[in-house]
Design a protein around this ligand. Structure first.
Ligand SMILES: NC(=O)c1ccc[n+]([C@@H]2O[C@H](COP(=O)([O-])OP(=O)(O)OC[C@H]3O[C@@H](n4cnc5c(N)ncnc54)[C@H](O)[C@@H]3O)[C@@H](O)[C@H]2O)c1
Length: 246
């Protein structure tokens, strides 16, 4: 079997695609001939990065935490391209604090973007995937969602929730030609750059490969999980982390 990762004819939605991992994934899908919806709530950055007028790229200002925004976006994609075949739930934020200092806003916003956002997009996309008999859902979780982290109880709860959500959706949709999987990345992005230098050095020291990945290195795993050939793989969490989770 030759695996080409040719996504011609596929419509792919990547959330949080204005920068970091999401942008790198969207660039991969564009290069692989897909029709790509780049969704982000940062309209300025989205326009700066994706305003070039490529016919196969649809930039959409979407707040994944906002159900109306998501439902409108999915409807616009299906109206334009007729299907939604691959969804990458990648949008994310961090609002770190130890639990006894965590504000309602820090808790609510992190849960809303990661967990509710992943639900909002998935719920809106699955009916279209069921209609076409094909779907690939790739959710972006984290090592923290499996092991916890100091100062990140909100983020850990959201990312752990995404894993449980992914497995449930995988079971619910398995009969319809749809798979749902997750990746657990480790990549040098703005989110990581915001970590204090001393803490970042500690984190880097836990990576057996001794470095954070370039965001583009996440594409191989997402392409694999989104491919036609990965039809029999569902409900897994694939670490793309230089060995951190060993
Ligand atoms: N970078 C890592 O090492 C790492 C590790 C584990 C998990 N992750 C996860 O990977 C994903 C991408 O992270 P990144 O490092 O590229 O972060 P990033 O901060 O570089 O990019 C996140 C993007 O998401 C967008 N976004 C935030 N809230 C949104 C919303 N409500 N609606 C739509 N878009 C929104 C931002 O505008 C931004 O463009 C996140 O889910 C993050 O939790 C990253």
């Amino acid at each position: 079997m030759t695996i080409t990762y040719n996504f011609e004819g596929r419509t792919v939605l990547v959330t949080g695609a204005a920068q970091g991992i999401g942008k790198a994934l969207a660039e991969f899908f564009v290069a692989s001939a897909a029709r790509v919806v780049v969704a982000d709530r940062d309209a300025t950055l989205l326009n700066d990065e994706w305003g070039g007028g490529n016919d196969n790229v649809l930039p959409l200002e979407v707040d994944v935490a906002d159900r109306t925004s998501v439902d409108n976006a999915i409807a616009a994609v299906v109206a334009k391209w007729g299907s939604i075949d691959v969804v990458v739930n990648n949008a994310g934020i961090a609002r770190d604090s130890v639990v006894w200092k965590l504000t309602d806003e820090q808790w609510d916003s992190v849960l809303a973007v990661h967990l509710t956002g992943t639900f909002n997009v998935t719920r809106a996309a699955v009916p279209h995937m069921r209609s076409s008999g094909f779907g690939r859902i790739v959710n972006v979780t984290s090592y923290t969602g499996m092991h916890g982290n100091i100062g990140q109880s909100n983020y850990a709860a959201a990312k752990g929730g995404i894993i449980a959500f992914t497995k449930s959706v995988a079971k619910e949709t398995a009969r319809f030609g749809i798979t749902a999987n997750a990746i657990s990345p480790n990549a040098a992005t703005a989110m990581v750059a915001a970590v204090p230098a001393e803490k970042l050095a500690e984190m880097t020291a836990t990576v057996p490969q001794g470095r954070f990945a370039d965001p583009s290195e996440m594409a191989a795993a997402v392409a694999f999980l989104a491919s036609d050939e990965a039809a029999y793989i569902t409900g897994v969490v694939l670490p793309v982390d230089g060995g951190v989770s060993m």
